[in-house]
Design a binder for this molecule. Structure first.
Ligand code: PMP
Length: 431
């Protein structure tokens, strides 16, 4: 409703036609992946596909194998020693008083579990509010809670989610400076909750930084403001930390980075060190599911739980939060300097090792440089670096750099050197 004309035009452009040849991965170790021809690539996409630790960390592999030898059956209604241990560990590192933990295998189901818990705690309410460019998964309910990206043709059949505007400091939809836009978006949010959307609202669900919607970070005032509104209106606040959790921003949770504690945190991807695991953390004051209300066959799969515990212990033992913070400072400096020489770089956004640049054809109109971003990916592959491909994310013009948190400075430097080189070549050869 409040998108500017140009934003709407950029978003509704047809899907890019280029189909990149799929790389046939046969091996992954640390910050590298290898294809069937024996080629080695620095993996700057690790976070997107679940690794905050380097690939195949031996501590994770060993913990999972040991668990397979002990017990491999997943039983939602049974306890296991590894379940108890992981739950205790998560309670220790959780934001605020989030001591209740639920497990599943996908971030999408984690988001759904969070919505269900919100409904349980607000029994009269069946509405959820999400943010316009938010992304919460690919199950039917979470597709409805996400922005209508090109691969989501299912939108009309999903009920009871209202998406409200959010500030976007680089592309302000309301044409305002970030603080003014943040204030207006907060006003709209509170107004929407107060009036109710087809009935009362149970929760506001948001990513601390929108990953798939365009790597959008909000002004700090927005996070605090949303928390205050939720408190005032008796609505729960859910942070979807599937992308930002487990050290990405240089803190264990993004909520710690922004100093705002939600009622429920959704986690996924990075927790498993490569193994499938997701779930939620919920404030100890919230009512939890009764036995049998939430029971997914593989939700508490012991090898995944063991891998997760080993992953968290490794993040702590290796000081990976601090390492991510340091890498983030370095990447920001390098990319800002690059921006002075490479006109294609419209914006640089890297809290911690959650790094992205937006490529534009013109810094005034900010026309998304889609072809160029695909070229960065393609030429990166040729030079042995996998950059985050963004054809279907945001406006299709992002380059994401999210290697494992324990990547060496030397490899991060090499990845940024390749980016610099490739951007230079593309600027010379643009059609
Ligand atoms: N929430 C967010 C913020 C995500 O980025 C994703 C996945 N990209 C999901 C939820 C869904 O996770 P999964 O693919 O594991 O279902």
């Amino acid at each position: 409703m409040l998108e500017t004309v140009s934003q709407t035009r950029f978003r509704s452009e047809p899907k890019a036609e280029v189909k990149n040849k799929k790389i046939n991965l046969v091996k992954a170790r640390g910050s590298f992946v290898y294809d069937d021809a024996g080629r080695e690539y620095i993996d700057c996409t690790a976070q997107a596909w679940s690794n905050n630790l380097g690939a195949n960390d031996p501590r994770v592999v060993e913990a999972a194998i040991a668990q397979i030898h002990d017990i491999m059956h997943a039983r939602p209604n049974f306890d296991t020693p590894i379940l108890r241990k992981l739950t205790a560990k998560l309670g220790e590192i959780a934001p605020g008083r989030q001591r209740q933990v639920g497990y599943c295998l996908h971030g999408s189901l984690g988001s759904e579990m969070a919505m269900k818990l919100a409904f349980k705690n607000r029994p009269q309410a069946r509405n959820i509010i999400t943010l316009q460019d938010g992304y919460h998964g690919r199950s039917l309910a979470t597709l409805g809670a996400s922005w209508p990206h090109p691969n989501n043709p299912f939108l009309p059949i999903q009920p009871r989610v209202t998406r409200v505007p959010h500030p976007d400091p680089y592309r302000p939809r309301l044409g305002m400076d970030p603080e003014a836009e943040s204030a207006l978006c907060l006003e709209l949010l509170e107004d929407t909750i107060r009036k109710g959307v087809d009935g009362p609202v149970a929760a506001v669900m948001m990513e601390p930084i929108q990953g798939n919607g365009g790597h959008i970070e909000f002004p700090r005032s927005f996070y605090k403001g949303v928390r205050e509104i939720c408190d005032r209106q008796g609505v729960l606040l859910i942070f979807d930390e599937v992308q930002t959790g487990f050290g990405r921003l240089g803190t264990m949770w993004a909520s710690q980075y922004y100093d705002v504690v939600p009622d429920i945190t959704v986690f996924g991807k990075g927790i498993g060190g490569g193994f499938p695991l997701a779930g939620i953390l919920a404030d100890e004051g919230l009512a939890w599911f009764e036995e049998g209300e939430e029971a997914l066959t593989f939700g508490q799969f012991p090898p995944s739980l063991a891998a997760a515990l080993a992953t968290i212990e490794a993040i702590e033992a290796d000081g990976l939060c601090e390492k991510a913070a340091g890498h983030g400072v370095y990447a920001t400096e390098r990319l800002k300097e690059m921006q002075t020489r490479r006109k294609l770089i419209g914006d640089v956004r890297c809290p911690g090792l959650f790094v992205a640049i937006e490529l534009v054809r013109d810094r005034i109109t900010k026309e998304p440089a889609r072809w160029e971003s695909q070229e960065v990916y393609r030429r990166g592959v040729e030079k042995g670096v996998l950059f985050g491909e963004s054809r279907y994310l945001g406006l299709g013009n992002l380059i994401k750099i999210k290697p494992p948190l324990d990547i060496s400075r030397e490899l991060l430097e090499r990845s940024l050197d390749v980016l610099d080189e490739v951007l230079g070549d593309i600027e010379e050869s643009r059609p």
